[in-house]
Design a protein around this ligand. Structure first.
Ligand code: NAD
Length: 359
């Protein structure tokens, strides 16, 4: 029996989470769910979208399955998701992008894993508003120390990249590659322009690579990486990236395999792991039983592997793959046309996946 924190989230979160809970239970693996609400309604009730009790539950259970959560706009809240990753030091975001035959995409045979650093870079949240006292003194300080003049009407975001943060994410990428029989790690950066942040990332990555002679290592400048991924994605295997590039390239790679509806993910630290789809709460589809639960289900497959339930993970992944291949019980985003009247519902996809599990 695995005790797991279950966060349905908001928007389409509860629908895709329920579909995922059902298919996970249908594998026969036993779960004791510790359900924790978070998100918009919780914000109305408890004054915060991410109460401490949610974080405490994950600390207790060490593993969570999480639906997407809307970041309330204009309330002064920073992203709930960023906060969660920082509170639990979930420093590695793992996003496998794998082609499933039958998925609607221009590409086939893609099998890339994106390892994104989750705690530093421009997402560290160290920002200064245009015209604020701190922004003004920072501008003056930089001018007095370097002679460089930043325009007074500038907003400023700081981009910290540390040796510590880089070393652990790159090591994580190589360990992941080793554990999963992968042959190559590519570090992605813009070291030619940002010498002291991305340059440091590249230098540290090269150093760590020396400890893994069995795995090939190379690096790519991020703009070139975008073009390469669109032109010859089959050349790439495991990518390791600082936070911002990792965020952007994750969506690009999701596009290569057929969209956000089938792009899973995990946020992993040394002590805790939170499994969630790459997509957000898609508020306009809330309550319609319409969106694709497969991204969340495939995040559930990753969770099963993390829990050591390899056989159940293989069966569930194979069942999802066969539903995709057959193309009948899939949601609108996987049909040839989005208004296809034969599109399955969110819960209908769960029914089909469960039916196939038994075959
Ligand atoms: P989104 O991913 O929620 O939706 C963008 C579009 O992608 C949708 O309109 C829909 O067309 C498509 N889409 C997304 N998920 C789908 C699915 N399962 N099946 C089919 N189509 C799907 O992105 P957004 O609109 O930029 O963000 C909405 C909210 O979600 C924001 O408040 C944002 O902060 C939040 N968000 C949360 C997370 C998270 O919880 N990890 C991640 C990203 C965004």
């Amino acid at each position: 029996m695995h005790r797991v924190t279950l966060i349905p989230g908001d928007g389409v979160g509860p629908e895709v989470t329920e579909a995922t809970r059902r298919v996970l239970e249908a594998t026969g693996v036993l779960f004791d769910w510790d359900v924790q609400d978070a998100g918009e309604e919780v914000y109305q009730r408890e004054g915060t979208p991410l109460p401490e009790r949610v974080i405490e539950s994950i600390r207790r259970n060490r593993v969570a399955l999480k639906g997407p959560i809307t970041t309330p706009v204009g309330t002064g809240f920073r992203s709930v998701n960023v906060l969660l990753r920082q509170s639990l030091d979930l420093y590695a975001c793992v996003r496998p992008c794998k082609s499933y035959p039958g998925a609607k995409t221009r590409y086939e045979g893609i099998d890339i894993v994106i390892i994104r650093e989750n705690t530093e870079d421009l997402y560290a949240g160290i920002e200064f508003e245009k015209g604020s006292e701190v922004a003004r003194s920072l501008i003056e300080f930089i001018h007095s120390r370097t002679g460089r003049q930043i325009r007074h009407d500038s907003g400023i975001s700081i981009k910290p990249i540390s040796v510590y943060g880089t070393e652990r994410i790159v090591r994580f990428a190589f360990e992941y590659a080793r554990r999963n029989g992968r042959r190559k790690v590519t570090a992605v950066h813009k070291a030619n322009i940002m010498k002291y942040s991305d340059g440091l990332f590249l230098e540290v990555a090269r150093g760590v690579a020396g400890d893994y002679p069995d795995i090939e290592f190379e690096d790519r400048i991020v703009d070139n990486m975008c073009m390469q991924l669109v032109q010859k994605p089959e050349l790439y295997d495991v990518l390791v990236l600082p936070n911002l590039y990792g965020d952007i390239i994750s969506d690009l790679a999701a596009g290569l395999i057929g969209g956000l509806g089938i792009a899973p993910g995990a946020n992993i630290g040394d002590d805790y792991a939170v499994f969630e789809a790459t997509h957000g709460s898609a508020p306009k589809y809330k309550g319609l039983n319409k969106v694709n639960p497969m991204a969340m289900m495939l995040s559930g497959v990753m969770m099963l592997r993390h829990l050591g339930e390899e056989e159940a993970a293989d069966r569930l992944e194979a069942s999802i793959a066969s539903v995709i291949k057959e193309g009948r019980s899939v949601t609108y985003d996987m049909k040839p046309s989005p208004d296809d009247p034969t599109a399955a519902t969110t819960s209908g996809v769960a029914d089909a996946v469960i039916a196939n599990l038994g075959l």
